[in-house]
Design a protein around this ligand. Structure first.
Ligand SMILES: Cc1ncc(COP(=O)(O)O)c(C=O)c1O
Length: 368
């Protein structure tokens, strides 16, 4: 049996008529840049996330970049974040000439450890950027409290967390700004690149709407330095269809996560821990074990799709060498990068496939 890490074709088959119809409407209208489909999606996502405004942008990366620009992060400022993340969390900070400052993670949730943040705040700190890794929110209350105490902004990297909740509030609605990615394999995925910023601030809504079109309100009159960072109408049309299914798909992922957890009860791997205040939407289902590299090889050889998110933490990457981090600086982050393994996870994954994944892992341990 071949079990893919993710299979987007199964989802497409279920919604094909609606998606094709929505794309057709855009083609008929020939309105490709912003316009009614983007506005409809912005309004639906604002309602879904329970915020005042949602601004469609070109990718999750540009969502973070624009959010950092909106709060005024610039050269020499520091932004506190996690090194256990995808490169865009950090690269966007660097692109503005600002300095990413890393805080170690909590070894159970893999999210930034709020207890370690205050020690890294100084007069240059401008913002805190927690990442809701794998689809589970970071512990936001202590972060919001610190931000209040030191007058910092909180930008939630919610790229992996569309639909996740923290204490009953949607990811992206708790900090000053929330940043989403609609990369195709995300829980809410477009058919190309796409992203969104959510916020309750009228000021940020207005500013980001300008920043995403070259810093203009009126065409050809530039009030600030912006980028071309708009969400495509075709992507918005796809996302309008898919948003209606998001809760069901997140529930299906949760059911599959519970099924894995049950099946792994007598297997020596650590299953994901859900913080009691969180709704985890399992963008990834990630197990942990000391013999991760051997298990990875064993699974790949037996056609089980699995992946390392992330094999090398950000503070040890070549592109960050200038900041002088070294091995041992973030022990929990580094251990997690050596021990974690993402298993097949998507709403349409079958029990038979999950059984094959679990039995293949059991086979690995029975040989040992
Ligand atoms: C945590 C995190 N931040 C940011 C991004 C960037 O999103 P995009 O690929 O849409 O630019 C991703 C995408 O994988 C991500 O996982």
């Amino acid at each position: 049996m071949i079990v893919p890490l993710v299979d987007l074709k199964r989802q497409y088959r279920n919604i094909k008529d609606d998606v094709n119809g929505a794309i057709d409407q855009v083609l008929e209208s020939q309105c490709f840049i912003l316009g009614p489909k983007v506005e409809e999606f912005e309004s639906s996502m604002a309602d879904y996330t329970n915020v005042k405004g949602a601004i469609g942008v070109s990718s999750g990366t540009d969502a973070i970049l624009l959010a950092l620009m909106a709060v005024g992060v610039s050269a020499g400022d520091e932004v506190i974040t996690s090194a256990f993340t995808f490169g865009a969390t950090v690269g966007t900070i660097q692109r503005l000439g600002a300095v990413p400052v890393f805080v170690d993670i909590d070894p159970e949730s893999y999210n930034i450890n709020p207890e370690l943040i205050e020690g890294r705040i100084n007069e240059r700190t401008k913002a805190i950027e927690p990442v809701h890794i794998y689809g589970q929110c970071a512990d936001l209350d202590p972060i919001i409290n610190l931000a209040g105490k030191y007058n910092l902004k909180v930008i939630e990297d919610s790229a992996q967390a569309a639909g996740a909740e923290y204490k009953g509030k949607k990811a992206g609605s708790v900090g000053d700004l929330g940043c989403f990615s609609f990369f195709p394999s995300k829980n809410l995925g477009a058919y190309g690149d796409g992203g969104m910023i959510t916020t309750n601030s009228e000021e940020y809504i207005e500013k980001i709407k300008m920043l995403r079109v070259h810093g203009t309100k009126d065409r050809y009159f530039y009030s600030m330095v912006g980028i071309n960072g708009r969400l495509d109408a075709i992507q918005a049309a796809v996302l309008n269809v898919k948003l209606k299914h998001l809760d069901l798909w997140c529930n299906m992922r949760q059911e599959r996560a519970l099924y894995y957890n049950k099946k792994f009860e007598d297997v020596p791997v650590k299953v994901p821990k859900i913080d009691k205040y969180n709704k985890h939407i399992f963008h990834q289902y990630v197990i942990r074990c000391k013999e991760r590299d051997d298990l990875y090889d064993h699974l790949i050889e037996r056609d089980v799709g699995c992946a390392l998110y992330y094999p090398l933490p950000m503070h040890l990457q070549e592109s960050l060498r200038c900041y002088g981090y070294k091995e041992g600086d973030l022990p929990e982050t580094e251990t997690a990068a050596r021990e974690t393994l993402a298993l097949p996870m998507f709403p349409e994954l079958t029990e038979e496939e999950q059984d094959y994944v679990v039995n293949t892992i059991k086979g690995f341990y029975s040989k040992k």
